[in-house]
Write a protein that binds this ligand. Structure first.
Ligand SMILES: Cc1cc2nc3c(=O)[nH]c(=O)nc-3n(C[C@H](O)[C@H](O)[C@H](O)COP(=O)(O)OP(=O)(O)OC[C@H]3O[C@@H](n4cnc5c(N)ncnc54)[C@H](O)[C@@H]3O)c2cc1C
Length: 374
C-alpha cells in the first residue's frame, strides 16, 4: 500500500503526537492530527525543559534539530552543592556525538518548532477536536467531538494514542496503567531576571532533607524546582527578579501501560508511561517512541513496536525512580551517606559515563534508520 494511503489518526498534538505526525509526513504519509486543546502549550509554561542528545539525533532528519539549536541553551555542567560547597560536578559536553548531553528549551517553544515543520508538509492539527471513544482496536472506529459540538465517527487503519497521561484512547481500548505515586509533591517556579544570568549550568542544591534545583530556561530566565513547599523563600537569586513567569506543583507518578499496543492502536509518550522529571527523560522518551513508531509503520512493521519499546520504557522508569529517591530521601543517616558517597562516585569514570549516557538519552538502542547515530 502506498504510504499516503494508510488512514492514520494521531490523537494528541503534544510533543509526542507532533513528532509522530512529522516523522510520518516526511515519509509520505498524511496523518490526521486532533487535539482537544485550543493550541500548543503556552510559551511561558516551560514544562519539559531538557532536550537530550538522542532527541536531537532523532529530529535531525526533519531539520527540527537545526531550529532547536538556534533557540536552545546548551548545558555545559551539572553540579551538586550542599552548604555552599560543590560536592560533585559533571561536564555535560563530554559525550559522543555532536550535541552535548542536554539543551534547554521551554516545551511551548519545542512544540511550536515541531508545528512549523509539520505545516511544511501541509499537515495541521485540528484543535478543539476531542477523541471521545475508540471502538474495536482491531479495526478502530473513533468518535470525535469538534469545536462546534458536532460529532464525527470515522474508521482508521491505525490510531496513535499521543493523548497524554490521562489518555482517553488507552482507557477506551482497555489498557491498564498500573503504578504508584510518591507521597511528596514537587514545586516549580520560573523567574525572569532584570540582569544577565549564567544559563550554562544546572545545579542541585541539597538542603537535607530536600533539594532545590536550578535550571536555565533561556538567557534571562531560570527554573527552580524543589521538594519543599516553601522553597521560594530559600532561593538566592543571581540577579534582581523582573517577573515570576510561571509556577506549578505536581505529584510524581511512576506508571506504565500494560502494553504499548493493542490491535491497530499504539501508545506513545505520556499515554504509555509517566515518571519523575529527574534525568529529563519524560518528553524525550515520548519523542523517541514517536520516531520509532513512525519508522516501523513506514516499514510495515508496526506490530514490532511494543516489543521494541517496552525495554526502553522499563529501563527509564527504573533509572528515574533511582535518581528521584536520591533527591527525596528523608532519613538523616541515608542523607549523610549519600553526601559522602556522591563526590566519590562522580569521580569514578564508569559512574559518570553511565550517568551521562542516561542524561543524553543514549542508553537505549540507537535508531537504525539514521546512519552513525550513537
Ligand atoms: C507542570 C509540568 C511540568 C513538567 N515538567 C517536566 C520536566 O521538567 N521535564 C520533563 O521531561 N517533563 C516534564 N513534564 C512532563 C512533560 O510535559 C511530558 O512528559 C510531555 O509533555 C509528554 O508529551 P506527550 O505529547 O506525550 O503528552 P502531552 O504533552 O500531555 O500531550 C497530550 C496532548 O493530547 C491532548 N489530548 C488529551 N486528551 C485528548 C483527547 N481525548 N482527544 C484529543 N486530544 C487530547 C492534550 O490536549 C495534549 O495536547 C511536565 C509536565 C507538566 C504538566
Amino acid at each position: 500500500m502506498a504510504a499516503g494511503h494508510r488512514n492514520i489518526l494521531v490523537a494528541g498534538a503534544g510533543a509526542s503526537g507532533l513528532t509522530v505526525a512529522l516523522e510520518l509526513a516526511r515519509r509520505g504519509f498524511r496523518p490526521r492530527v486532533v487535539d482537544s486543546d485550543a493550541g500548543p502549550v503556552p510559551p511561558e509554561e516551560s514544562r519539559a525543559l531538557g532536550i537530550n542528545a538522542r532527541t536531537l539525533t532523532l529530529l535531525a532528519p526533519s531539520r527540527v534539530t537545526d531550529a532547536i539549536l538556534q533557540e536552545a541553551q546548551r548545558l555545559e555542567q551539572f553540579r551538586i552543592v550542599s552548604g555552599g560547597k560543590v560536592l560533585a560536578a559533571l561536564d555535560t559536553t563530554r559525550v559522543p556525538g555532536p550535541y552535548g548531553a542536554l539543551h534547554a528549551l521551554s516545551q511551548g517553544h519545542t512544540e511550536r518548532l515541531l508545528l512549523g515543520k509539520l505545516s511544511d508538509f501541509e499537515v495541521e492539527p485540528e484543535w478543539q477536536t476531542t477523541v471521545v471513544s475508540v471502538e474495536n482496536p482491531i479495526e478502530p472506529r473513533v468518535i470525535l467531538r469538534k469545536a462546534d459540538g458536532s460529532v464525527e465517527s470515522a474508521a482508521f487503519d491505525i490510531v496513535i494514542a499521543a493523548d497524554g497521561a490521562h489518555s482517553t484512547v488507552r482507557k477506551a481500548v482497555g489498557i491498564g496503567f498500573p503504578g504508584d505515586a510518591l507521597e511528596s509533591s514537587f514545586y516549580i517556579a520560573d523567574f525572569r531576571y532584570a540582569a544577565p544570568i549564567d544559563p550554562h549550568f544546572v545545579e542541585m542544591q541539597l538542603v537535607n532533607p530536600g533539594i532545590i534545583g536550578r535550571l536555565p530556561v533561556d538567557r534571562e530566565t531560570l527554573r527552580y524546582i524543589s521538594t519543599l513547599p516553601d522553597f521560594e523563600s530559600r532561593i538566592v537569586h543571581p540577579a534582581p527578579v523582573a517577573e515570576r513567569v510561571w509556577a506549578s506543583d505536581f505529584r510524581i507518578h511512576f506508571r506504565h501501560a500494560e502494553t504499548l499496543s493493542k490491535g491497530k492502536v499504539f501508545l506513545v509518550g505520556d499515554a504509555g508511561h509517566i515518571h519523575s522529571p529527574a534525568g529529563a527523560r519524560g518528553m524525550n522518551l515520548g519523542i523517541e517512541d514517536a520516531c520509532w513508531l513512525a519508522w516501523l509503520i513506514s516499514e510495515g512493521r508496526e506490530a514490532d513496536y511494543a516489543r521494541l519499546r517496552t525495554p526502553a520504557m522499563h529501563m527509564v522508569l527504573k533509572q528515574t525512580r533511582q535518581l528521584t529517591s536520591l533527591f527525596t530521601m528523608n532519613n538523616p543517616l541515608a542523607i549523610a551517606i549519600r553526601n559522602i558517597a556522591m563526590p566519590v562516585l562522580f569521580r569514578l569514570p564508569q559512574f559518570s559515563r553511565k550517568l551521562l549516557r542516561g542524561v543524553s538519552g543514549c542508553d537505549t538502542p540507537p535508531p537504525p534508520w539514521i546512519d552513525g547515530a550513537v
